[in-house]
Ligand binder design. Structure first.
Ligand SMILES: O=C(O)C(=O)C[C@H](O)[C@H](O)COP(=O)(O)O
Length: 212
């Protein structure tokens, strides 16, 4: 197993749920990450979908060294560079291209590149990879689909995201090829806006308790 596969396996074993965060206001980044970590979710993905995403990653990396902070929506090689420079400790993308995989591998960081079809999974396997993000999980076919992929492609481990909540997460995590799931349900936009960190900590604690 390559060093990156090993590091990725370690990453996905840290917690059953990786919060997928879309942060609009830099001021909320550290309190949000603090609440999630207090609830037991210490692997956090900040999507590069907002203008402040890189600043949020930097702020969380500086303030909370115990949190494994990563970047999501890393859709091209330039974003890989920016995410690494901001202090990301892992990278996530919804899909995979050869150029993106080259950049991910060059970064030396653990990463989850997206794959849904058997051909896409084989594309990752050809690069020596054995972990993938499975997005968009629910619209793409959910647990039945991932169970089916596991027949001919038993080595690949999937982190499904997209349309998952606590109840669905429990079902995904029963699959032998799903070590963790990703989702935004643990950080509802209204709770972040209201600064309701207690609610977010409770949601995180429920999610962290999903798998022993
Ligand atoms: O931003 C990315 O890179 C993505 O791939 C999409 C996210 O993983 C999903 O948007 C999370 O899904 P929800 O839990 O349904 O909100």
């Amino acid at each position: 197993m390559s060093a990156i596969n090993h590091a990725t396996a370690e990453l996905v074993s840290r917690a059953p749920v990786i919060p997928v965060l879309v942060i609009d206001d830099l001021k909320t980044a550290v309190p949000l990450a603090t609440a999630l970590a207090a609830g037991g979710l210490t692997v956090l993905e900040v999507t590069m979908r907002t203008p402040v995403a890189l600043d949020c990653i930097r702020a969380i990396a500086d303030a909370l060294p115990q949190v494994m902070i990563g970047a999501g929506t890393v859709n091209n090689p330039a974003s890989v560079k920016a995410a690494v420079a901001a202090g990301s400790r892992f990278l996530v993308s919804p899909g995979s291209t050869e150029a993106l995989l080259d950049a991910f591998l060059d970064s030396g960081l653990p990463f989850l590149a997206g794959a849904v079809t058997a051909s896409e999974v084989l594309g990752l396997a050809e690069r020596g990879l054995n972990h993938a993000k499975f997005f968009p999980a629910e619209p793409a076919g959910g647990t039945n689909y991932i169970k089916s992929l596991g027949g001919p492609l038993p080595e690949m481990r999937f982190c499904p995201t997209g349309g998952i909540d606590l109840a669905k997460a429990k079902e995904y995590l029963k699959l032998p090829n799903v070590p963790c799931v990703g989702g935004s349900w643990v950080a509802p936009a209204d709770a972040v806006k209201a600064g309701d960190w207690a609610r977010i900590e409770t949601l995180a604690r429920e999610a962290a308790g999903l798998k022993g």
